[in-house]
Design a protein around this ligand. Sequence first.
Ligand code: KG4
Ligand code: ZN
Length: 467
Amino acid sequence: MVRLFLTLSPAIPRFNLCPGISILATKLRTKTPTFSLISPSSSPNFQRTRFYSTGTRIYSLPNSENSNFDDNLVVLGIETSCDDTAAAVVRGTGEILSQVISSQAELLAQYGGVAPKQAEEAHSRVIDKVVQDALDRASLTEKDLSAVAVTIGPGLSLCLRVGVRKARSVAGNFSLPIVGVHHMEAHALVARLVEQELSFPFMALLISGGHNLLVLAHKLGQYTQLGTTVDDAIGEAFDKTAKWLGLDMRRSGGPAVEELALEGDAKSVKFNVPMKYHKDCNFSYAGLKTQVRLAIEAKEIDAKCPVSSATNEDRRNRADIAASFQRVAVLHLEEKCERAIDWALELEPSIKHMVVSGGVASNKYVRLRLNNIVENKNLKLVCPPPSLCTDNGVMVAWTGLEHFRVGRYDPPPPATEPDDFVYDLRPRWPLGEEYAKGRSKARSMRTARIHPSLTSIIRADSLQQQT
Ligand code: KG4
Ligand code: ZN
């Protein structure tokens, strides 16, 4: 059985802010706040070291990776890396005080994917309201916050900029420290908010629209990348399959394929499992996408005819393709995870948990199949609840908290910044250093303009402190 670590209320109200944009808002276990700004920078023990932003200095506490020095910390998290505008307020104890999401569902359906310019405009329209709602729902004002955390990469530059501008304006106006967050680290670390037992080192499979990562998390900010995709991520394959099958994309493609797959025969269409003969932990979904497209063409399925208007036979054909695609897409995950767990246990024999997170981890079939693999290896699966698997502000606030606690943050920015201020955005930002055994020969390396990994930045800072 798949273990779900549900700490959140399942009832999340939806309402509309702007035409075509729906908002998901939650108020969870709100308490009257009595917070003060506890800033590690006031401690004489802090050493100055450069960390997040180019050109600015931050403070870092040596030997404090596990310190829990203040559970009264309250952090606002802002996420705009792709198509969701999200904000949340989270306390150091892990209590979620509020969570607000504005999704660009109508745009997604209209363009069949994320269109950066339109996405940027949609973020800009709602960002102020989303952040204000998050504060209101937490019954807080900016003055009650300890810090602001914001995703600075990886993601779409135009979209990241909207969140970073807003975060810096809140932090600047209220003299708050600011933490730049790695989106994929946030997907992994939110599991530590829902599962108290989850301590380092652990393994993580992070599966979303743009990433397919297998990582070994040694400690906060220190990751070894065991595998990645050589082309597309699994979420992209779900989204294209949904589009070509004429499914309703308004909730994104994944949930639509998952739902239709329930009606289909998963063994009826023969798709090859990708990279079967590559004895590494890397992924490839481009070939499977092509196989799906060819199967759709062979059955003469017309994507312009919505599945809701299809004949019984046409609907059955679509369901069979959806189910067969999902089975093989997940088999690919299973095969690579099995090998990655073996590699990870060689490197860190004390591992007890495997985290599966990112949008695709909300899929029930994915959870079920990966739970079997993980249990067979005597590990425990930790899957955040679906609302914390897909992009959200909680994961950003929580990851910000984890780094803030150990002194990794930037000091407050100036209250006003010029319109042409160059923000520190990291659209292509690896999480960890590649494991030598896992390097793929199949990878088409597009290394230009890649930022140094989060892990290498933190390692360089620690070395600098030691000298
Ligand atoms: O993490 P996420 O919300 O955003 C990115 O960082 O990309 O992941 C979005 C991806 C989309 O491709 C979406 O189709 C997929 O997650 N997804 C799913 C499911 N829910 C979301 N894929 C399969 N089954 C689902 N239930
Ligand atoms: Zn994501």
